[in-house]
Design a protein around this ligand. Structure first.
Ligand SMILES: [Ca+2]
Length: 483
């Protein structure tokens, strides 16, 4: 019987004979159906300590790397893409204080540098820090930055010096946070159907809000029939200018199920309004290009549909607004400041949560694909995906040690700001059920690191005008700042 694994075993045996490096025993695995290598060997350098997928590490963590390459001049050690130390003397070693980092997943890397300055590839291990740290050292987490909300769903910040926050409550109120205080008088109170996952679900401020005072909202109305609607409002100071609602999109389909409404809305760098819409509990909607359900939509700021949308020429009605499809419940997405990059957080069913890179006309696969499963044909797989349950061994699967069940919140940290350089330019995401904040290192193959956690259930995130990371939970706004 043909054994597809035989070539690998042969390679492993010869490698063992040639190098006698004990760590390769684990890398080769004990049987033909072994788990992935527990110690990846990349280039001439191998991290021998800690072991890959080591979990519950606390205190000072020792790192060691070995190599049979005599030309090595020094070895550089990193945690989460940041230099820890350089060691010029074998055995190559460094230490990192796990207490300086949030509990959860971190990535340790090492590479060799020879006398000519030439560098090896990074060797890396994924590990999990234990303990109970809720944010990295040097950061402050204020869980009570804003309290007194309930059933919050989304928020946006005015791009003006006052930095007012507009916060949606599912039950229809939009509230204003001004000078660090929740104003008692709502900006407006919309008549909504807030049963199940319906309600006031999204808010965006016009790019020229500072001069035109235009605010956009996505909410479930029962006007005529039960459906989601996108309207534009005009602010008069901290409250709605009476009678200023202009309904821009009123032909989203009549809802059947109460769940999977999506609801996130944001302006792209192109000045277009992007809208995440769930498949409303009907899986087939996501692949059906005749319905706007299960899609990322794209509109002009007046609610009309841009002629350069990918299906404008082939669809009719609201289906012409489709920008990307194959989504289940894109409850949150985020636009990178200064670029066209958009990350869509698609809430999974029972197995995977995923972050997708938005692209014109792309199909993210639902319901034929979820997370890394079933990605084939024209399906665009996720940038990052994590599971609802731990892999075996924990940390070894896609998503590493990240385990959650509702991705809800994402934001790009700008390329400048008070956060240290290793945090800038990265993508932060939140899981509502696991109450965790993760960070994708976009400069390092989108490796994921634990950033922090919160007590409540996140539903949205943004980077405030002052460079702090704000996490909206159902009841509070949590502020992560430096120091
Ligand atoms: Ca997908």
């Amino acid at each position: 019987m043909n054994d597809p694994h035989r070539p690998d075993r042969t390679l492993c045996r010869s490698a063992l004979q040639a190098l006698a490096v004990s760590v390769l025993v684990a890398a080769c695995g004990g049987d033909d159906n072994a788990n992935p290598p527990t110690t990846p060997a990349q280039g001439p350098l191998t991290i021998t300590q800690p072991a890959a997928f080591a979990s519950g590490l606390t205190g000072v963590v020792s790192m060691q790397a070995t190599s049979s390459d005599p030309s090595i001049a020094s070895v550089e050690f990193q945690i989460d893409g940041t230099l820890i130390a350089t060691d010029a003397t074998a055995p190559y070693a460094a230490t990192v204080d796990s207490n300086a980092f949030a509990s959860g997943q971190h990535v340790l890397r090492a590479r060799a540098i020879d006398a000519t300055g030439s560098q090896s590839a990074w060797s890396s291990v994924i590990v999990q820090f234990g303990g109970s740290r809720t944010q990295p050292t040097g950061f402050t987490r204020n869980e009570n930055f804003i309290t007194g909300l309930s059933d919050a769903t989304a928020f946006a910040q005015a791009p003006t010096p006052d930095g007012r926050l507009f916060v949606c409550r599912q039950s229809g109120e939009m509230r204003v946070v001004k000078n660090g205080a929740l104003l008692p008088v709502p900006f407006m109170t919309l008549a909504v159907d807030s049963s199940s996952e319906r309600g006031l679900l999204g808010v965006a401020l016009h790019p020229n809000f500072a001069t035109n005072n235009l605010i956009y909202a996505y909410y479930t109305t029962t006007s005529g029939r039960t459906h989601n609607r996108i309207s534009r409002f005009t602010a008069n100071g901290d409250v709605l200018m009476a009678g200023s609602e202009v309904v821009l999109v009123d032909d989203l389909p009549t809802l059947s199920a109460g769940n999977h409404n999506g609801g996130a809305i944001h302006f792209g760098r192109d000045g277009k309004l992007y809208v995440g819409v769930g498949e409303n509990g009907v899986r087939a909607n996501a692949q059906d290009l005749t319905t706007p359900l299960g899609k990322l939509l794209r509109f002009n700021d007046d609610g009309s549909i841009p002629g350069d949308n990918p299906f404008f020429a082939t669809q009719i009605g609201l289906a012409r607004a489709i920008w990307a499809y194959g989504l289940r419940n894109p409850f949150t997405f985020a636009v990178q400041p200064g670029t066209d990059r958009i990350h869509i957080n698609d809430v999974g069913e029972v197995t995977w949560e995923e972050i997708n890179v938005a692209a014109k006309g792309a199909n993210y696969g639902w319901p034929n694909s979820e997370g890394p499963d079933g990605v084939n044909g024209n399906i665009t797989g996720p940038l990052f995906t994590y599971k609802h349950s731990a892999a075996a061994p924990p940390g070894s699967g896609p998503g590493g040690f990240f385990v959650g069940n509702v991705i809800a919140g994402g934001t790009f940290y700008p390329s400048s700001g008070p956060f240290p350089s290793q945090y800038r330019g990265n993508y932060f995401f939140a899981d509502s059920g696991a109450s965790l904040i993760g960070m994708l290192d976009l400069a390092n193959d989108s490796a994921a690191y634990a950033f922090g956690n919160v007590s409540g259930n996140p539903v949205d995130m943004l980077v405030a005008n002052d460079g702090a990371l704000l996490v909206l939970t159902r009841s509070n706004i949590v502020r992560f700042s430096t120091p």
